[in-house]
Design a protein around this ligand. Structure first.
Ligand code: CBY
Length: 431
């Protein structure tokens, strides 16, 4: 009797949670605007596996039929899953699954041949286990945990909805770095939660009204946080998080008002960044591209996705422009400091056009004991792992933060071009 009274209420609740399909989506008008991104991705031949997966996923989602590049990326991915699946992080594997499985192409069979979903389930479990034993810190980070849930959800892997509800509360510390909300992380979580929500509604996963309600509330709150990072010029967070933030906003238009986000303004700001040359590493180009053509990672297993609106485009890639260095190079001088508890500083002179890493190398030559450092390769370029012998640690949430004039940089050491008179710093920080 009581149950039958509750049924209409549950029905009403479910109805109110069904997405209205009214999506706020905008896309570039002139396809030539994205040519620099394609150019950058073309240079990703012989790249490492994370960039390969990001590039393949992106090419497929936007319907670019460059067979040579696609084959190159698939070869790289195949080599890695064959030889060293155990060395891959959970997020790397999730991206590989998304890339291979996107658009129902022949390489999808590799996912099942190499049991990649089973491996991902295990890696996701290991992330959760590490959180239990290391004060809530995963092995990697929440950007990768979100990729894991997204891939498991889209490719019918096993995950517990209750675990997702427990972990993805927007107040969880893993969404924040040094107290600042990470737009990239929040955006990826919105995509993952939206997939989980859709599976619950479609009855693919056992529904619990409470879980569904919580996931909706989390999404709403994450969307608010993403929108609160919108800049005057339309970027959301910084240039590198904008594409992913757009994807999150495309799939969650039920959670904000039309007047809260001007999609076209954000799109124009991203196009300006392309002109400025901001997306000059393959992974950066690959991450921003889908959103510019109105696509999201949730489209990977949509039947009609992967073909661009105006049919597949046949893009002519312009020849790369070769820049010849000036005959006599001028020099600039910067102040460089290492801050642990004390601050150690030096005045460093480097050629004009140098990047942060060049300054660090020069300082290391001046005084090895104080300025020595180590790096680790990432798809974004070298990541500073230790300075003065002091290493960063994921379990302690410590890292070496890069700053200029006291403000954190939105580029890594090999990308940030330094200016004369600048105050550069690497700071021992907690996130
Ligand atoms: N990818 C990941 O696992 C990375 C996730 C990510 C959220 C990533 C940004 C977003 C993305 N789109 O890939 C991320 N960075 C993380 C998680 C981290 C932390 C890494 C440790 C961990 N727990 O995994 C940490 C330590 C907080 C971090 N990023 C540090 C830094 C600084 C690196 C300094 C150093 N020691 O070398 C730096 C330079 C910020 C600073 N001022 O110190 C930084 N990150 C930046 C700038 C960036 C952006 C890179 C942009 C660029 N053009 O180079 C970034 C895109 C990214 C990579 N970080 Co982190 C964010 C942004 O600005 N929008 C999945 C995997 C499969 O590939």
């Amino acid at each position: 009797m009581r149950q039958s009274h509750q049924l209409p209420l549950v029905g009403l609740l479910l109805f109110s949670l069904i997405p209205s399909q009214l999506c706020e989506i905008c896309e570039v008008g002139d396809k030539n605007d994205i040519n620099p991104l394609l150019n950058t991705m073309m240079n990703s031949k012989c790249t490492e596996v994370t960039s390969a997966a990001n590039v393949l996923l992106s090419l497929k989602l936007v319907g670019i039929q460059n067979q040579t590049l696609r084959k190159e990326m698939i070869k790289q991915i195949k080599y890695n899953v064959k030889r060293r699946v155990s060395d891959l992080s959970s997020g790397q594997l999730a991206l590989i699954i998304l890339a291979l499985g996107a658009c129902r192409s022949p390489e999808e069979t590799l996912i099942y041949h190499y049991h990649l979903i089973d491996h991902l389930e295990n890696k996701f479990q290991a992330e959760i286990k590490n959180m239990e034993t290391h004060s809530g810190n995963p092995l990697t980070n929440y950007y990768q945990l979100s990729l894991d849930v997204l891939a498991l959800c889209l490719f019918d892997g096993n995950y517990s909805t209750a675990e997702v509800v427990k972990r993805f509360n927007p107040e969880n510390k893993n969404y924040y770095f040094g107290g600042q909300f990470s737009v990239d992380t929040g955006a990826m979580a919105v995509l993952a939660l939206t997939c989980v929500k859709r599976s619950l509604i479609n009855g693919q996963v056992k529904a619990d009204g409470g879980d569904l309600m919580k996931i909706s509330n989390y999404t709403k709150s994450l969307v608010e946080k993403i929108l609160s990072k919108k800049k005057r010029n339309g970027l959301i967070g910084n240039p590198y998080s904008t594409g992913e933030a757009m994807q999150a906003l495309f799939v969650s238009s039920d959670y904000y008002d039309e007047n809260e986000w001007n999609c076209q303004e954000t799109l124009n700001a991203a196009l300006m960044e392309i002109c400025r040359g901001a997306f000059n590493v393959p992974i950066a180009a690959a991450q921003v591209l889908p959103a510019l053509l109105g696509k999201t990672y949730l489209d990977v297993n949509k039947d009609s996705s992967c073909v661009s609106g105006s049919g597949n485009f046949n893009i002519s890639i312009p020849e790369p422009i070769i820049v010849t260095p000036p005959e006599s190079q001028s020099h600039i001088s910067v102040n460089y400091s290492v801050r642990i508890n004390e601050t150690y500083s030096a005045n460093v002179t480097v050629p004009d056009g140098s990047v942060f890493l060049d300054v660090m190398e020069k300082a290391q030559k001046i005084n090895y004991t104080i300025f020595c450092f180590t790096t680790e390769e990432t798809p974004w370029g070298p990541y500073i792992t230790s300075v003065q012998g002091l290493p960063a640690s994921k379990n302690d949430r410590t890292y070496w933060e890069l700053l200029s004039g006291g403000k954190p940089l939105d580029q890594g050491a090999v990308s940030y071009v330094v200016h004369n008179g600048e105050n550069l710093e690497v700071r021992w920080s907690k996130y």
